[in-house]
Write a protein that binds this ligand. Structure first.
Ligand SMILES: Nc1ncnc2c1ncn2[C@@H]1O[C@H](COP(=O)(O)OP(=O)(O)OP(=O)(O)O)[C@@H](O)[C@H]1O
Ligand SMILES: O=C(O)c1ccc[n+]([C@@H]2O[C@H](COP(=O)([O-])O)[C@@H](O)[C@H]2O)c1
Length: 223
């Protein structure tokens, strides 16, 4: 489902694809910033079905990632969540996502695919990259700890790729999963409803934990 879009101009829609295992405030801030910068009518969040570039690690069931994404985005009238990727069998390719979304809007739409700027450097390894750039413009959000070397953008069509600086949120899903496994808080890193969903469904309990607790300093400091 999506909003009735503004009559009289070609709709502008952001596409925020991600594994969202779990969705966190870094994702939400990126989507919100790009929505504002590009005056987007709406942003559709698309949880990945089978993220083939993450095949070496365990990913939570699509239904859990979909529901957490719905919970996280529910309060924003410009955000909605699509099942196109989790309902498609086989590895998820963005070119298929963009084709399906374009069909959903009847073809007459400008799509903006929102991604971490670091991910842009890998984008030529994605399936049918050339067609992807015809289907959407790509907006890379700068992300703390992932400084972008502009040379990594060589080879990308400059008229279809933009970089947007967003407020620094040093949050990653990996860190959230490790915190849960280690019984450390994820409050305020992910939306409140997502904290509750993770606890209720006992997600990430078996993830290898790495402690974030402060080390006890021999001469005192935080206890
Ligand atoms: N803190 C953040 N700020 C801005 N963009 C982010 C942030 N974290 C992730 N992204 C971007 O959001 C998209 C979806 O990311 P994904 O679901 O893989 O989250 P992640 O935190 O990178 O996950 P993981 O740690 O499991 O690899 C990617 O394009 C990624 O670059
Ligand atoms: O199309 C591809 O080949 C491709 C390869 C890697 C990632 N993607 C997409 O990029 C988005 C972010 O992926 P990830 O793995 O960082 O969560 C998500 O929508 C993925 O489907 C797409």
């Amino acid at each position: 489902m999506s909003l009735p879009l503004e009559v009289g101009r070609r709709p502008r829609v952001g596409v925020m694809g991600g594994t969202f295992d779990p969705i966190h405030h870094g994702h939400l801030v990126a989507a919100s910033e790009v929505q504002a910068w590009y005056d987007l009518d709406e942003v559709v969040f698309v949880p990945t079905g089978e993220p083939w570039q993450k095949a070496d690690r365990k990913v939570s069931p699509g239904e859990d990632r979909y529901l957490m994404t719905v919970i996280a985005t529910a309060s924003n009238p410009r955000f909605w969540v699509s099942r196109v990727d989790i309902d498609r069998d086989g590895p998820t390719y963005t070119v298929d996502t963009l084709r399906e979304l374009r069909a959903h809007y009847g073809g007459d739409v400008d799509l903006y695919f929102i991604t971490g700027a670091d991910a842009l450097a890998q984008i030529l390894t994605w399936r049918n990259a050339e067609e992807m750039f015809e289907l959407a413009e790509f907006v890379g959000c700068t992300r703390p700890g992932h400084d972008i070397d502009m040379h990594t953008l060589d080879g990308l069509p400059s008229d279809r790729v933009a970089i947007v600086e967003i407020p620094a949120l040093a949050i990653s899903s990996t860190d959230c999963r490790e915190r849960v496994a280690n019984q450390e808080p994820v409050w305020y890193l992910v939306p409140d409803g997502v904290v509750q969903y993770i606890a209720k469904h006992r997600l990430y309990a078996d993830v290898a934990a790495t402690s974030h607790r402060p080390h006890r300093h021999p001469k005192g400091g935080p206890q």
